[in-house]
Design a protein around this ligand. Structure first.
Ligand code: ARG
Length: 436
């Protein structure tokens, strides 16, 4: 390329190569994930300039189709966003100018790379939060489907990792399902919360043009304008933080689900057999079948948690654009890539794993019926504390209880005898409808 887009006539040009490298660094490579959104936003900006007669129809058509061609060439590998550019924004203008001549430089009238990156990031976040909501719903669906089919398979319930009460596979599955419903709803509401267009705020102070911000907003599918140019810059990093928070809710629940499965698949528990696709062997121990995939699902939250700390560490800034804001990009892109990659595996895992019913039945020891007994005694009119002590005294001599009876009698709403799977299914439907 011919030097940075901000190079002025007669000026000596770019900074030293090492400094340029430091300024652009990983950023231009990360822009590969944003450039598609940048192209979409640039096309809308061009149409906005046409609407206020800053560009002729012919110029606007040339720029819009030039941008479309750049998109195609990038996809075909004929153009490459690499470190010869300072960033993706500069690359677009450079390519347009190479393709169209000086008219290419008109794309940047009335905008700054500051609102350009902000709008690309918001479009990216809306896309990724939509995917997040979607995979959370798919995970909830997979869990609920199994919960319907296997509601009454017994499973011991644990507190403190000690046997507590007879429980069910339905309870375990529906519990994880409800978590992912919450996560889908959170992803959706976070997407709505940040659904505002910063395009047309330029470098943070507006411009001396009556920009068609509303038309551009509508073309890009944003729900509202991000009105204040200063806040358009000050909100950078803040919206990313909320998006990561929604992602972290999902990866936290994925971690817990994966934890349960890695425990349940041990020989000591032996409650579940993980699908072959999710297991590996050992390079030295021929006997091993290791749950590596589940363990790395558990570890995925670490990437997200680290990204949140990194992002927050950058954000001690005064008002307006600071180049520090560029450093908010790597943790966000890294976290969404790793988080979504992990979450995408969850529905398949949940669908394919197999329960070992006899091992679970065997682990429901007689003592775990003591709570049922205390409540039954209390129903005879005894104060619960008295019933509790009487049941405690009888534990040693207790015979194996009737698990099916215990489960079907557990009718407090949401409990194994009244799982309310229909309500959870209806909520999944409502969340899905809301996301459209
Ligand atoms: N890569 C930059 C960022 O992410 C783009 C904006 C550059 N703006 C500037 N004034 N240097 O922040």
């Amino acid at each position: 390329m011919s030097g940075p887009i901000w190079k002025k006539d007669g000026a000596s040009g770019a900074p030293d190569a090492a400094v340029m490298d430091f300024l652009a660094g990983e950023d231009v490579v990360l822009d590969r994930q944003l450039i598609d959104f940048d192209i979409t936003a640039s096309q809308a900006h061009v149409r906005g300039l046409q609407a206020i007669d800053v560009l002729t129809e012919d110029e606007a058509d040339k720029l819009v189709s030039g941008l479309a061609r750049i998109r195609e060439k990038l996809a075909a590998g004929e153009l490459k966003l690499d470190t010869s550019f300072e960033d993706g924004h500069s690359a677009l203008e450079t390519w347009l100018t190479e393709m169209l001549g000086p008219v290419g430089g008109k794309v940047h009238t009335g905008r700054s790379r500051n609102d350009q990156v902000a709008v690309a990031m918001r479009l990216y976040l809306k896309d990724r939060l939509g995917r997040l909501a979607d995979v959370c719903l798919q995970t909830a669906d997979a869990l609920l489907e199994r919960a319907q089919a296997e509601a009454n398979i017994p499973m011991p319930g644990y507190t403190h990792l000690q046997r507590a009460m007879p429980s069910s596979v339905g309870m375990w599955l529906a519990g994880h399902a409800e978590a992912f419903l919450d996560n889908a709803a959170l992803a959706g509401s976070t997407r709505d919360w940040l659904d505002a267009s910063p395009l047309g705020t330029a470098s943070g102070f507006g411009v001396n043009l009556p920009l068609a911000r509303e038309q551009v907003r509508e073309q890009l599918g944003f729900a509202r304008l991000l009105v204040n140019p200063q806040y358009a810059q000050n909100s950078r990093g803040k919206v990313e933080g909320q998006a990561l928070s929604a992602l972290a809710a999902a990866t936290t629940d994925l971690r817990r689900l994966a934890w349960d499965l890695s425990l349940f698949t041990t020989s000591e528990f032996d409650f579940v057999r993980l699908p072959d696709d999710f297991c590996t062997g050992s390079s030295i121990m021929p006997n091993k079948r290791n749950p590596d995939a589940v363990e790395l699902l558990r570890a995925a939250h670490g990437v997200v948690a680290g990204a949140r700390v990194e992002l927050d560490s950058v954000l001690s800034l005064p008002s307006g654009y600071q180049r520090d804001l560029q450093a908010t990009k790597p943790p966000v892109l890294r976290a969404f890539a790793a988080g979504l990659q992990a979450l995408d595996l969850a529905p398949g895992l949940v669908t394919a794993m197999k329960w070992n019913e006899s091992a679970m039945r065997a682990a429901i020891s007689p003592d775990t019926f003591a709570t049922d007994l205390s409540v039954e005694l209390a129903l005879e009119g005894k104060p619960f504390r008295e019933a509790y002590r009487e049941a405690a005294a009888r534990i040693a001599g207790m015979n194996a209880g009737d698990v099916a009876k215990s489960l079907s009698a557990r009718v407090s709403p949401g409990a194994p005898g009244a799982l309310m799977l229909d309500e959870l299914g209806a909520r999944a439907k409502a969340i899905r409808a809301n996301l459209k």
